[in-house]
Design a protein around this ligand. Sequence first.
Ligand code: HEC
Length: 212
Amino acid sequence: MKILSSIALGILTSTYTLAQTTMCFKENHTSMITIEKTVLNGGLCSSKKSVIDMKKDGWIVDDIKIEKTSLGNNYIYIFKKNNKTLSSLNEAEIEKIVMKKLETRKKEEIEIQKRDIKLKMSKSGKEIYLRHCQSCHGKNADIKSHNTSRPLINLSFTDMKLAIRDYTLGEYDRGRAFIMKPYSDLLTTKRLKDVYSYIQTLKDNNKTGDNK
Ligand code: HEC
């Protein structure tokens, strides 16, 4: 078992069992009483097996979702079966499970890292925004500063970057650039990225109605 490194062993303990699941459904069924005897569609029921048949085959009902429709109810059954234990698997099967687990774990770690970076950026961006930008561009970045600028919340990162660069170069002016220029001089690309990240979090606030 060459790939069973210590990490893999940590993932696969001796009590690890292979759960198999399948999802079956019945749409617009009218009677609660007959549902267990009714042949279900989808999954391993494949329009042949009812709940009772599935139970006979060793499946247990893991979850049931019922949605009301105008014609009755939609039933969704999740069946589960613990049919194999680790010791009954051959090497190739174990290798497959371990690889899959490691892959998911790697993906999760990358997601967490990305989230952390975003969080850090928006934290530093928040500090800059509150200290240097909010007074003119608004708590929610949604006002036209001095009736001139576009609401920052509507701008892409490229829009912002070009605007800031051009204020710094003295090439962008709608009559109030003199008010903005000192602040554009404060912004490196990194600081602007952070501010941009923070502004994006304000969009979520606006959606949920916070911060109003
Ligand atoms: C004292 C008020 C004031 C402050 C503080 C301020 N701005 Fe501005 N900002 C303006 C005004 C006014 C304009 C429009 C100027 C013009 O083009 O005539 C503007 C324009 C902009 C634009 C261009 C928008 C567009 O329509 O293209 C960006 C981007 C911007 N500001 C970002 C920032 C950021 C980021 C900060 C904080 C670091 C900041 N501003 C701080 C007043 C301010």
